[in-house]
Design a protein around this ligand. Structure first.
Ligand code: NDP
Ligand code: MG
Length: 381
């Protein structure tokens, strides 16, 4: 990168956002920050703004933050204003939840490349997002470590036979279904390999995260669902792989750290020396294990394949029902395993709408959330 790359980070106060700022601090001569955004953590956002001096900041709700030389925005409109600023070369979308979708579409509309961490964007509206990006020649570079791995492996998508997504298996890999049924919130949040936001950590415990990643992969790489496999790999060293039609398998490996995929996505197609804890050594790692995922213990994988193959609003329903159930679990209202039964019930009762518009997607998302909360209140509170 000869000139400094101009970047905005949506969700700079979150797990991915904070690590992105660590990467940028290390590569300070390569980036200029246009905007940083947060939700409710205004203290951290202010601290980041004073340190990195962006042109804009944006908070979830209106605040009284007033920093000389920095314009303060708020809400989705604020995020959309940032994504309309063509000064940006790239926008890292690292907010959590559905809030990521409209700003991503706005950035695409303005021809701005996207480093995408927010998986809900593709799970809710992958067809529309990828089509619009393709039409306008906008790059969507994945940040999620599995998709980043696949992105690094693929030379020519037409020659790929299948994608192989790895899953660490989460904290309940070697526990029984009974252990899972009785799991406390802190047990579900104790992920063995990755330190992430609370919602995605619970999804990693139920393997719904892997389910959402199957859908993400389908959209990012335009790959049919029967050509996307999941394999459990507890060490999280092989971040994913692809098999070519000739039988060659190419995998991407590395020590588990989100700094690497974040840096890859925001510096693509270049590579720079970044944050690295130590040099990679096969001998030190010594062994890599793989096993088939247990679809009975983790029905979320079936839900995702089913919703993905059904298409239309089925994945909107899956995402919204699961997210509401996860929040209810984190609030102590339901047990971990209830997330499955609630999500399944919502999916079974959903009338799928094919080719929904963005407004219809948001309406359906809203409706499913209300119905999921009603179901939770009726049966569990
Ligand atoms: P966090 O919960 O740590 O961070 C979420 C970010 O979004 C925070 O900056 C938060 O602001 C902001 N935010 C949340 N709600 C709103 C809102 N209503 N309006 C504006 N901003 C909001 O999540 P993660 O960083 O873990 O994950 C972010 C996304 O990346 C998710 O979609 C996740 O699935 C995906 N991802 C994460 C990975 C990880 O390793 N963490 C790996 C792969 C994908 P605040 O905190 O100030 O309220
Ligand atoms: Mg992942």
């Amino acid at each position: 990168m000869t000139n400094k790359r101009k970047i905005s980070i949506l969700g700079s106060t979150g797990s991915i956002g904070r690590q992105a700022l660590e990467v940028i601090e290390k590569l300070a001569d390569k980036f200029e920050i246009i905007a940083l955004t947060g939700g409710s953590n205004t203290e951290l956002l202010t601290e980041q703004a004073l340190k990195f001096k962006p042109k804009y900041i944006c908070t979830g709700k209106k605040t009284s933050i007033n920093i000389a030389g920095i314009k303060t925005l708020y809400g989705t409109e604020g995020l959309e204003e940032i994504c309309s600023n063509k000064e940006n070369d790239i926008i890292l979308v690292a907010v959590s939840g559905k809030i990521g979708l409209r700003p991503t579409l706005k950035a695409i509309e303005n021809g701005i490349d996207i480093a995408l961490a927010n998986k809900e964007t593709l799970v809710m509206a992958g067809d529309i997002v990828m089509q619009r990006a393709k039409n306008l020649g906008v790059k969507i570079i994945p940040v999620d470590s599995e998709h980043c791995a696949i992105h690094q492996c693929i030379k020519d998508i037409k020659q790929v036979e299948k994608l192989i997504i790895t899953a660490s298996g989460g904290p309940f890999l070697n526990k029984t279904v009974t252990d899972m049924k009785n799991a406390t919130v802190s047990e579900a949040l104790a992920h063995p390999r990755w330190n992430m936001g609370r919602k995605i950590t619970v999804d990693s415990a139920t393997l719904m995260n892997k389910g959402l990643e199957i859908i993400e992969a389908h959209h990012l790489f335009n790959m049919p669902y029967d050509k996307i496999d999941v394999v459990v790999h507890p060490q999280s060293i092989v971040h994913s792989a692809i098999e070519y039609v000739d039988g060659s398998v190419i995998a991407q490996l590395g020590l588990p750290s989100m700094h690497i995929p974040i840096q890859y996505a925001i510096t693509y197609p270049e590579r720079f020396a970044g944050i690295k804890s130590k040099s990679f050594s096969f001998a030190e790692i010594a062994r890599l294990d793989f096993e088939k995922p247990d679809f009975n213990k983790f029905p979320s994988l079936n839900f995702a394949y089913h919703a993905g193959k059904t298409g239309g609003s089925a994945t909107v329903c899956l995402n919204a029902a699961n997210e509401e159930a996860v929040f209810a679990f984190l609030d102590g209202k339901i047990k971990l395993y209830d997330i499955y039964s609630i999500t399944e019930e919502m999916m079974n009762s959903h009338n799928v709408l094919q080719n929904p518009t963005i407004d219809e997607i948001f309406d359906i998302d809203n409706e499913i959330r209300i119905k999921t909360q009603e179901l939770i209140n009726l049966t569990h509170v």
